[in-house]
Design a protein. Structure first.
Length: 749
């Protein structure tokens, strides 16, 4: 005879009495229409939280259940469909056969009670969105057939405590096993803030063995059990006695272990009754093996909340006596009366803080990231660091020498309490607050341009990647001249917040940021998207009393949007060895984004008396194309670029084609003036005032070298005198058949 569970608290309805709950009524109609389901009886009860429950006990036949399947699931099974009048609750399905197998894909029900089938991957609200009685009945058959064939959803999917609906959580340190195995720590409990659902979250905290355990309202007891084989499931017990029975079947003397742990916690001295109610948390450690007798591959943890103090447990287990408000050791050891076995316990969900690997796995990234330096902890830098930190990517040193001011809170990852604090210290503090010690951020309060600072230079040289988000021209240009520094990238947002740029050096630093910057400017000048790329944001505000305390008005969501793009792209592009120039332009009206890649060209360097001149091969390629198009005549035009006296550099950005009023012959070229002033002004505007006129270029005829003629030298002298008013040298570039000559001249009064 098959034995079935009884459901305590439920009473059977009369044969002519219908369920009261609408969902239960619709299920009855679906059952009556189904050839695979037979209604046996209808039960009714009131739950502990006051909700009405209708329970339909049915027999279900599933053709797809294989005979003699390894789990013993039968072709005909009896199940109970428990329907709550709370419309947000799922219908629970209980397997009523007492010898129904305990499988991995079941909810933790009552100990020795009916198995609760785990039917869905999704949350209750997602399931109820499309739930129908007919589909629900088919889902039960699907579960039975798939379980019998070992084809159900992933074995590592966590199961829920449906019956207990536990609001209790125990959070373990991210390196808990390492701390525990070291033998250098014991553990105490920190109770987190009270929650509206009357739940409880406790955090297990390591305490050196030499230190006293803190006296709190909750005491942890830890017990390690013998290994189990992966996949073995036991339903949660509801009393300490039920737990003892489960463990006894596995050869564990739980009563002795419990006594030892309680004895260790209470010590051998008398104690007064605590003023506040105290409770206990029991934490079980369960080594898990792949096969019987194999080496443990992992450590599982189960926890139970015991709503009495460890002192009261000591009394119930015979270790202590209680009289006149005092707990004292039981003289003679005391006798175990077994009272403790009736003590109710509730399961706790055991959670563990993320380590770096978990942060990365949950973020969907594989790389641990580089040992890196972030230059600038401002609005963009703090946002990008926050994103990398939560993804477990990179080990960071953050360099800045500014502090948080009131206006920074508009766009910085900082709080009101951080006003007046160093930005790097705030960045490190918020990183620890978010991810603990999973990854590290080292603050370095320093001027990034002070390369004489040993700590600064050591960080820049010893790292694998340096990300400049200082939003200035100074650092990337200066760092480009130091060979010992690591690979650099520069990320910034345009003044209106609608554009973002990432310049990434190659791993060998063959092309430095100074050249990538120039090539970026050339792309702005030559492409339609560059017309308003650097924006026209003239909306500013005073952030202080100085005439220099002017900030751009911009909402934080633009920074946050661009920070997300740039943070992701740094992760992706830093994994490549080559140089990159990538630009994003966002349409704020629609939120759409257009990305542009600029081909990177190699860099040439020429050393003059007072300057080093830099020009990339992209400039030469463009000028050679213009020379060829003009054959058999010579051609030429103006050179665009910029000087930077701080780093002693002149940089050629582009050469423009000949104005239409120029005069070209096979042996000469005289540049016209039509449109030249407008072209220089437009380049100056598009590059936000960086690029301007620096000289002239012209070509020599086919078959001729780039050696300057007498006329070329005369022109160079004329150019130098023309630049004298601005105190700048003049640059002349000549394109020959095979070579390129660049000359520089400075006029003196």
């Amino acid at each position: 005879m098959t034995e079935y569970h009884e459901l305590p608290g439920f009473s059977e309805l009369e044969a002519d009495e219908e369920p009261a709950i609408p969902r239960a009524k619709s299920l009855v109609r679906a059952i009556e229409r189904s050839r695979d389901f037979s209604l046996i009886k209808v039960l009714r009860a009131t739950s502990t939280d006051g909700h009405q429950l209708d329970c339909l006990v049915v027999d279900v036949e599933t053709d797809e259940v294989p005979p003699d399947n390894p789990h013993g699931i039968l072709y005909r099974e009896r199940v109970a469909l428990c329907v709550s009048d709370n419309p947000s609750d799922l219908v629970e399905v209980l397997a009523m056969r007492k010898d129904f197998p305990v499988l991995m894909h079941q909810n933790h029900g009552y100990y020795e009670g009916p198995a609760s089938l785990c039917l869905y991957f999704e949350s209750a609200v997602s399931v109820l969105r499309t739930w129908t009685p007919e589909a629900f009945l088919r889902r039960i058959q699907w579960w039975l057939a798939r379980s019998a064939r070992d084809e159900l959803h992933p074995a590592d999917q966590p199961v829920e405590h449906l019956f207990f609906s536990s609001n209790y959580e125990l959070v373990l340190p991210r390196n808990y096993d390492e701390l525990r195995n070291s033998g250098e720590y014991r553990f105490g409990l920190n109770k987190k803030a009270n929650r509206a659902d009357e739940g409880l979250t406790c955090e297990l905290v390591p305490i050196p063995v030499a230190a006293d355990l803190p006296q709190g309202n909750i005491t942890p007891i830890e017990i390690e059990l013998p290994p189990v084989v992966h996949g073995a499931i036991t339903r949660d017990p509801d009393t300490l006695g039920a737990l003892d029975t489960i463990l006894e079947q596995r050869g564990v003397d739980f009563a002795s272990l419990l006594k030892d742990m309680v004895r260790d916690r209470v010590g051998g001295r008398a104690q007064n009754k605590p003023a506040n109610k105290e409770t206990t948390v029991l934490l079980l450690h369960i080594p898990i093996c792949r096969v019987e007798g194999g080496e443990p591959q992992a450590m599982g943890h189960r926890a139970f909340f015991i709503p009495v103090s460890v002192l009261d447990l000591g009394v119930s287990i015979g270790l202590l006596t209680f009289a006149n408000g005092t707990y004292a050791p039981h003289l003679g050891g005391g006798a175990d009366t077994g009272i403790w076995r009736t003590q109710a316990i509730l399961p706790m969900e055991v959670l563990q803080k993320n380590d770096a690997d978990q942060f990365r796995r949950q973020s969907g990234i594989d790389s641990a990231g580089p040992k890196a330096v972030l230059i600038g902890a401002g609005s963009l830098g703090s946002a990008m660091l926050n994103l990398w930190g939560r993804a477990g990517w990179g080990t960071w040193t953050v360099i800045d020498n500014d502090h948080v001011k009131p206006h920074n809170l508009t766009r910085h990852v900082a709080l009101d309490e951080h006003i007046g604090h160093e930005k790097v210290d705030v960045a490190a503090k918020l990183h620890r607050a978010a991810v603990g010690e999973a990854t590290s951020v080292t603050p370095l309060n320093a001027n990034a341009l002070d390369f004489g600072n040993q700590a600064l230079s050591a960080a820049l040289s010893a790292s694998e990647l340096v990300i400049d988000v200082s939003t200035t021209l100074d650092y990337p240009r200066a760092a480009s001249s130091v060979d010992a520094f690591a690979r650099h990238a520069s990320a910034f947002v345009t003044p209106d917040g609608n554009g973002a740029v990432l310049l990434m050096e190659d791993t060998a630093r063959a092309v430095r940021l100074r050249s990538l910057e120039a090539q970026y400017y050339r792309a702005i000048i030559n492409n339609d998207w560059g017309r308003d790329h650097l924006g026209t944001n003239t909306d500013t505000f005073w952030s202080g009393n100085s005439c220099r305390d002017i900030s751009l008005a911009m909402p934080y969501w633009r920074i946050a949007t661009q920070a997300g793009t740039l943070a992701e792209q740094v992760v992706l592009l830093s994994a490549r060895k080559d140089s990159q120039i990538r630009i994003w332009q966002r349409d704020p009206e629609r939120g759409s984004v257009q990305a542009y890649d600029v081909p990177v060209c190699s860099e040439r360097q020429l050393i003059f008396d007072e300057f080093k001149l830099y020009v990339d091969t992209g400039v030469e390629a463009e000028l050679r194309s213009l020379r060829k198009d003009a054959f058999p005549n010579e051609t030429g035009g103006i050179l665009l670029g910029y000087y930077d006296f701080n780093v002693g550099a002149a940089v050629v950005v582009a050469g423009l084609s000949a104005p239409h009023d120029s005069v070209s012959t096979p042996t000469s070229f005289k540049r016209g003036t039509a449109g030249v002033a407008d072209a220089v002004a437009e380049a100056h505007r598009r590059t936000n005032g960086v690029v301007g006129y620096i000289g002239e270029w012209h070509s020599h005829p086919p078959g001729c070298s780039a050696s300057p003629s007498r006329e070329d030298l005369v022109q160079l002298a004329h150019l130098a005198h023309g630049m004298l008013d601005d105190g700048l040298p003049a640059v002349q570039l000549i394109i020959g058949e095979e070579d390129v000559r660049i000359l520089q001249a400075i006029a003196y009064d």
